[in-house]
Design a protein around this ligand. Sequence first.
Ligand SMILES: [Fe+2]
Length: 173
Amino acid sequence: MFVQEIKTPFIKIKVRDHKKNKKELLKLIKKTTDLILIKKDSKVSNSDWHIEDNNKKLYLNSFLTLLKPEFEEYLDYFKSDKFEIQNIWFHSYKKDDHYAWHTHPRANFTNIYYLDLPNKKDKTEIKDLNGDIIKFDVEEGDLITFPAFIVHRSPPTKNKKTTIVFNSSIYTD
Ligand SMILES: [Fe+2]
């Protein structure tokens, strides 16, 4: 097998009006559901991962409206006009919650909006294809995007935190 590596983007955008978004989206997330997510080697105290019907995700319409400028920035970068969100969910972690190493199937990109992140150290851990941890800084209000085949996890959190995660595809016909 011959492999030639090509560069892929790791994008970070500071979301405009984050404080206002946080208030509104957390309120809608609270109304959406309150169910614990337990999978092999993972525990998230509150998540709507199990809800397949997007109409039941009460924060979704506001999320799409509030983050429109950020999505336009992506499209500019990719020189594309087609951007689809395949699925979206939130994770609210409490102290010691964690999510095991995984990738996201059936999408081009994994996206994480750090909606509530009191401690920057509780960020996602991401590994490159050599298994080395990728170094990056992130703070509350950041939206990060990286290829969906890249392995990542949420190590045991020291504080509470809430993220909105979505799978997206950017493409050109
Ligand atoms: Fe993930």
